[in-house]
Ligand binder design. Sequence first.
Ligand code: FAD
Length: 363
Amino acid sequence: MSGDQDENPSGPHLPLEPRPGHSSRGRLERILRRGEFAVTAELNPPDSANPADVYDRARIFDGWVDGINAVDASGANCHMSSVGICALLTRMGYAPIMQISCRDRNRIAIQGDVLGSAAMGVANILCLTGDGVQAGDQPGAKPVFDLDSMSLLETIRTMRDDRRFLSGRKLTTPPEVFLGAAINPFAPPYDFRPLRLGKKIAAGAQFVQSQYCFDVPMFRTYMQRVRDLGHTENCFILCGVGPLASARTARWIRANVPGIHIPDPVIARLEGAADQKREGKRLAIDIINEVKEIPGVSGIHVMAYRQEEYVAEIVDESGVLKGRRPWQREAGRDEERIARRLDEILHAETPQTQADLVKTAHR
Ligand SMILES: Cc1cc2nc3c(=O)[nH]c(=O)nc-3n(C[C@H](O)[C@H](O)[C@H](O)COP(=O)(O)OP(=O)(O)OC[C@H]3O[C@@H](n4cnc5c(N)ncnc54)[C@H](O)[C@@H]3O)c2cc1C
């Protein structure tokens, strides 16, 4: 290990020493600026108010990833909020990448969340326009879209660098955050995608995470153009990858999830396999092995929806870490006692109704 033992392994997030040229005090920015190949992974957000559901899911990534993405109602379906997930992750010392979609909150709410999350130790924010409400299971919800990904990037950059809200009002302590955005090299119009990345960089994006890559030649062409435009000098590019559970799932995703491109040979390869789930994992590893060699690719972003147990194997077998061991949480002394107490609280029979409680309180 170099002199970059970045964070307290057994406790909550502690502010790190600032580094020259860094926007954040976070681990992900340090890894990327050191020129190491970064690995991030998406945490499947629980439909639950139990913190253990977040801790259990994060623990699977221990020692394998440099950052954990907390999604913001992706697909416009409600789950535990990204702010809530980040609060829990920072408490345990993890390095979250907080995703913010512009669909559900206006600029006033979002700027407040940026300050609150930075105060909790969130060092990375991924700025998204977000999926439209019609994509989710509550299509009657009111869409906000007061900002979009570009104006959100500009807003947070203004807060960080100019130390003020959009209104001009001064901030006493600005949010020190590393700013990211999403890219989709696999959605038409293809020629426009590298230019759109340029706009996101101009708006403040310092790193980007791509939509799932199942078509390496298409990604290679995109990266060539991105390099020609000089974007790799100004932005770290992480390629999105993930295992497909079966040919049937792949067909369903292709038909139903906008922006995800899965070529026919990929589906044929899964179809021809005796164990399609294993083959889906193998395919993800093969894709990683190809994209990691593309100049300008700084890392991978693993999205293993409902197959998180494969993330460690995928990262390990692809060898992207080259023997490097990302930050790993060490169990704290009080952890077992806290887990037991939490279990008691969450599963205890409620002895009294709310009305009884009020009566007893006044006695
Ligand atoms: C890594 C990653 C994480 C994501 N996490 C979330 C999340 O947490 N919450 C969430 O709601 N969504 C999430 N998405 C989905 C994302 O918001 C949509 O795919 C969105 O259409 C494009 O990304 P953006 O939000 O950055 O939009 P922008 O790049 O700002 O695009 C804005 C608009 O451009 C158009 N557009 C862009 N891409 C496409 C496309 N492929 N097809 C048709 N029109 C398009 C749409 O009109 C869109 O509203 C994620 C996507 C990626 C790649």
